[in-house]
Design a protein around this ligand. Structure first.
Ligand SMILES: Nc1ncnc2c1ncn2[C@@H]1O[C@H](COP(=O)(O)OP(=O)(O)O)[C@@H](O)[C@H]1O
Ligand SMILES: [Mg+2]
Length: 395
């Protein structure tokens, strides 16, 4: 049976040569130019960002040194061009291996993450992110939104941010960039930032404002710069700056602290320098928004207040926390919520529920009761002469 494949006209062959070739291959020639259909790539299949981790060689001589870490040139565009050249056109899925062909032939990279998740085609548009073997930023406790009671304004904004971090290209100039969480200690600011990172499945880089202030002139600015560079390398990512007031004090307080001004100025510059397609979100948190420099404060596109929980919310929180009790419980949640006016979520968790759990263990009680909780509340109230103090224990 002759093979019915048709040979396309090959420009550098004469007709005779072509016929001979066709005979040899036992296929037919054609004068028509048959366009080979270029496989159509569906917009939706295109991978925008691919996270790879170095996986090493499939085989190696026994005496070869271990080599499973690589460093990529700091200029990411350079690596981008290199990676594109060898991998554009591949169809891949999560956990596949792809191999370096050029510099370290047969060195394998494992596909750790594909953005958007349903895509499978590497094109010249695809961004590559090489993960270090160890990424502590990705090892944080995952939080689900339904573990956060109240704070609806924050949750609404969180939805948008998650959407953006999953599809940074979708938003263009309307991309969210930064938000400022403010409110008393223990009201869920850190919790919400972690929930966003969990839902977006992105890196979470948390820094306290105080740790960004350096000892020497220039230290602070370079720490901030390094922070944003790290975030870009790990994108999509969230930078969480806690205790922002420690670096963004109102000018009338900070006149003596040149280092603090330096850090705030560097932060402003980095916030301005973020590109919508970077997939980097900055969330800052403070317990003292009134202390913040107004220039810095204005730079955040949205301020979200985390108030102390209302009675109804305290009921919900107590119910949530008690679901995880190791003991059984018989608790009048409404009564306990009434008695804890002014308590933060953290105070309820740490100063009340945790204490009662420990007490039950100590006293070998199988059931946690309303009476036990009430006596703990009384002793906390006694310890603090000021009203509403429990929420301030944890500043
Ligand atoms: N709105 C809330 N819903 C559920 N738990 C909360 C809430 N607010 C605070 N908590 C509890 O308090 C703990 C500390 O909250 P956190 O987010 O660290 O407060 P902060 O506002 O100081 O960052 C949380 O881990 C959680 O157990
Ligand atoms: Mg916090």
């Amino acid at each position: 049976m002759p093979n019915k494949k048709i040979i396309r006209r090959v420009p550098h062959l004469t007709t005779t040569e072509e016929k001979e070739l066709a005979k040899l291959l036992d296929i037919e020639t054609s004068d028509e130019i048959i366009e080979e259909p270029i496989p159509e790539i569906n917009e939706e299949d295109i991978i925008t960002t691919l996270h790879l981790s170095p996986a090493g060689y499939p085989i190696k001589p026994l005496d070869a040194p271990e080599r499973s870490e690589v460093t990529v040139n700091k200029d990411l565009r350079l690596f981008q061009a290199y990676a594109s050249e060898q991998w554009a056109g591949l169809t891949v899925k999560l956990d596949d291996f792809i191999f370096d062909q050029l510099l370290i032939p047969d060195f394998a990279f494992k596909i750790q993450k594909i953005i958007p998740a349903h895509a499978n085609k590497i094109t010249s548009e695809t961004n590559f992110v090489i993960l270090k073997k160890d990424r502590p930023q990705l090892r944080f406790q995952k939080i689900a939104f339904n573990e956060i009671i109240g704070n609806d304004q924050a949750k609404n904004k969180a939805d948008i941010i998650v959407e953006y971090l999953k599809n940074p290209d979708k938003f263009g100039e309307w991309a969210p960039k930064n938000i400022l969480f403010h409110g008393p200690p223990g009201t869920g600011k850190t919790l919400t930032a972690k929930a966003i990172a969990s839902a977006a499945d992105c890196a979470f880089i948390a820094k306290k404002g105080t740790t960004l202030i350096g000892l020497h002139v220039g230290d602070g600015a370079s720490k901030i710069h390094g922070l944003f560079e790290e975030a870009r390398n790990l994108k999509p990512s969230i930078i969480f700056i806690d205790e922002l007031d420690s670096i963004g004090l109102n000018r009338s307080y900070q006149s003596v602290r040149g280092d603090v001004i330096e850090v705030a100025t560097a932060l402003l510059a980095e916030l301005d320098g973020l590109d919508p397609s970077d997939g980097v979100i900055t969330i800052a948190a403070t317990n003292g928004i009134e202390l913040l420099d107004i220039g810095l404060r204005n730079r955040f596109e949205e301020e979200i207040e985390f108030p102390l929980p209302k009675e109804e919310e305290r009921i919900e929180m107590l119910e949530l926390f008690c679901q995880k009790l190791p003991q059984k419980y018989e608790i009048d949640f409404a009564q306990i919520a009434r008695l804890t006016e002014g308590w933060s979520g953290r105070a309820l968790h740490e100063k009340l529920v945790k204490i009662v759990v420990h007490q039950a263990f100590r006293e070998k009680k199988k059931i946690v009761t309303t009476a036990m909780l009430k006596s703990i509340i009384e002793s906390v109230n006694k310890q603090s002469s000021r009203k509403n103090a429990p929420s301030e224990f944890f500043a």
